[in-house]
Write a protein of this length. Structure first.
Length: 117
């Protein structure tokens, strides 16, 4: 599975961005697609996840109500719509594909999101 993330950029606090993650290759073994982020000097943290063959979506408390994860099945693409962005959302955002054991075997290259105050 190859994952191509895009859509990052610089935005002012309160603004919005939409990240995309296009999946290609053997996606049949994918159970969950997730977004993670890593800020400078911090560990990578979970942001959001969606069940690849279902409809359930999960969010970290820190982004709940502000971020929305969606999927376009026809395009094998997941999105992360981010609104009401805060400076603390600044990080490199990664998409990842996980199996039924929630082992993330495939990662996108990361896209930088910078929120200025």
């Amino acid at each position: 599975v190859q994952l191509q993330a895009s859509g990052g950029g610089l935005v002012q606090a309160g603004g919005s961005l939409r990240l995309s993650c296009a999946a290609s290759g053997r996606t049949s073994s994918t159970y969950v697609m997730s977004w993670f982020r890593q800020a400078p000097g911090k560990e990578r943290e979970f942001v959001a996840a969606t069940i690849w063959t279902g409809s359930s979506t999960y969010y970290a408390d820190s982004v709940k109500g502000r971020f929305t994860m969606s999927r376009d099945r026809a395009k094998n693409t997941v999105y992360l719509q981010m609104a009401s962005l805060k400076p603390e959302d600044t990080a490199v955002y990664y998409c990842a594909a996980g199996d039924h054991g929630l082992k993330y075997n495939y990662w996108g290259q990361g896209t930088q999101v910078t929120v200025s105050s």
